[in-house]
Design a protein around this ligand. Structure first.
Ligand SMILES: Nc1ncnc2c1ncn2[C@@H]1O[C@H](COP(=O)(O)OP(=O)(O)OP(=O)(O)O)[C@@H](O)[C@H]1O
Ligand SMILES: [Mg+2]
Length: 299
C-alpha cells in the first residue's frame, strides 16, 4: 500500500460507515412510513382447518368461543355496561396482553389463539393483534395462507417498526405479526428490554383492543415463561385426556412463578353430541396465602 492509499483507507472506512448509517436511516424512515400490508382473510381455508367462521355464528365452536371470550374479557377488566365496553386499567398497563401456551407441542395453542382473535375481531369488532412468538414452530401465518417473512424477531433485532411488518385484514379489525427471520437465542431476545418495550408499544397502540401472543410450549423451552412476565393474562391450553397431569403441574408451576393470572382452556373435550372443543375456562392460581394476586374479576 502506497502513502496515498494508506491515507485514503481510513477516509474510505469512514465513508463506508457513513453510507451504512445512512442506509439504515433511510431504511428506518421507509419502514416507519410504511403501513401493514393488507390481506383478505381466506375463510374457506380457515373453515377447512376447522377454525371460526363468522358466517356460522351458531356453530358449537362459535358458542364455546363466546364463553371463553366472555370470561377472558371479564378477567381483563373489560366490562359491558349499557352496550358500552369500558376497560379498567392499572397505571402503565393496558390489561390487554394475553399469552397462549400449553405444556407440550400440538395441544391446540395456535388453534385457540387464532380462533379467539378471529372471533373477537369478526364477531365483536374488537381490534385484535395476533403475534406469533412460537419461533421454532411458527404456524399463524400459515393458517391464514400468508407468506413467511420478516416479523417479531426482526422488530427485536433490527429495530424495525412492527406495523411495517404486520398484516392487516381487510375483512375486520385483525392484525397479524408473524415470527420473523431470526431463530436463535429467542429466550435471550425475549428477555431483553426491547421485547418488553415492543409489547408495551403494541398493547398501547391497541388500548381498546386485545393482543394475543401464540407462544411455544412451556415445558419445551423457557420462552413462554419469559414472555409470561409481560402479559396480563396467560391462557394455558390443556388437551383433554391427553396432557399428562404431572406435566401440567410442572408447566403451571413455572408460569405461576412469573404470572399469577393463568387460566385454563380445556381443548378437544368431547362432551355429548356437539363435540365441544372448549369446555372450560377456569381460573387457576395459587391461594392468597401463597401471595399470588387475585384475578381482576371473576364471574
Ligand atoms: N379443538 C380442536 N378442534 C379441531 N382441530 C383442532 C382442535 N385443536 C387443535 N386442532 C388441530 O390440531 C392440530 C394441532 O393444533 P395446534 O397447531 O393449534 O397446536 P399447537 O399447540 O399450537 O402446536 P405446536 O406446539 O406445534 O405449535 C392443528 O391441525 C389444529 O388445527
Ligand atoms: Mg402452535
Amino acid at each position: 500500500m502506497n502513502v496515498v492509499e494508506k491515507a485514503a483507507s481510513p477516509l474510505e472506512a469512514l465513508a463506508r460507515k457513513k453510507r451504512k448509517k445512512d442506509k439504515i436511516k433511510t431504511g428506518d424512515a421507509k419502514a416507519r412510513k410504511s403501513k401493514p400490508q393488507s390481506f383478505d382473510i381466506d375463510f374457506e381455508r380457515l373453515d377447512r382447518l376447522g377454525h371460526f367462521n363468522p358466517s356460522n355464528l351458531a356453530s358449537p365452536l362459535a358458542m364455546e368461543l363466546r364463553a371463553v371470550k366472555r370470561r377472558l374479557l371479564r378477567r381483563l377488566g373489560f366490562l359491558r355496561a349499557a352496550g358500552d365496553r369500558q376497560a379498567y386499567r392499572m397505571p402503565g398497563r393496558q390489561r390487554n396482553l394475553v399469552l397462549v401456551t400449553s405444556t407440550q407441542a400440538g395441544e391446540g395453542k395456535t388453534f385457540c389463539a387464532v380462533n379467539l382473535a378471529l372471533s373477537l375481531a369478526l364477531e365483536d369488532l374488537v381490534d385484535t393483534v395476533l403475534i406469533d412468538a412460537d419461533i421454532p414452530r411458527p404456524k399463524v401465518r400459515a393458517r391464514f395462507g400468508l407468506d413467511r417473512g420478516a416479523g417479531l424477531t426482526d422488530c427485536l433485532t433490527e429495530q424495525i417498526p412492527w406495523r411495517s411488518l404486520a398484516h392487516r385484514a381487510k375483512d375486520g379489525p385483525l392484525t397479524i405479526l408473524g415470527e420473523g427471520h431470526s431463530r436463535e437465542r429467542t429466550a435471550e431476545l425475549f428477555a431483553g428490554e426491547a421485547c418488553q418495550q415492543l409489547l408495551t408499544e403494541i398493547s398501547t397502540a391497541n388500548r381498546e383492543g386485545l393482543v394475543f401472543i401464540d407462544a411455544p410450549p412451556a415445558l419445551a423451552m423457557t420462552d413462554a415463561a419469559v414472555l409470561a412476565k409481560y402479559v396480563d393474562e396467560v391462557i394455558f391450553v390443556v388437551e383433554a385426556n391427553e396432557t399428562p397431569e404431572p406435566a401440567i403441574a410442572a408447566a403451571l408451576d413455572e408460569l405461576l412463578d412469573v404470572n399469577p393470572n393463568v387460566s385454563l382452556v380445556l381443548n378437544r373435550c368431547l362432551i355429548g353430541a356437539t363435540g365441544s372443543s372448549y369446555s372450560s375456562y377456569d381460573y387457576y392460581g395459587r391461594s392468597e396465602e401463597d401471595g399470588a394476586e387475585k384475578p381482576a374479576e371473576k364471574e
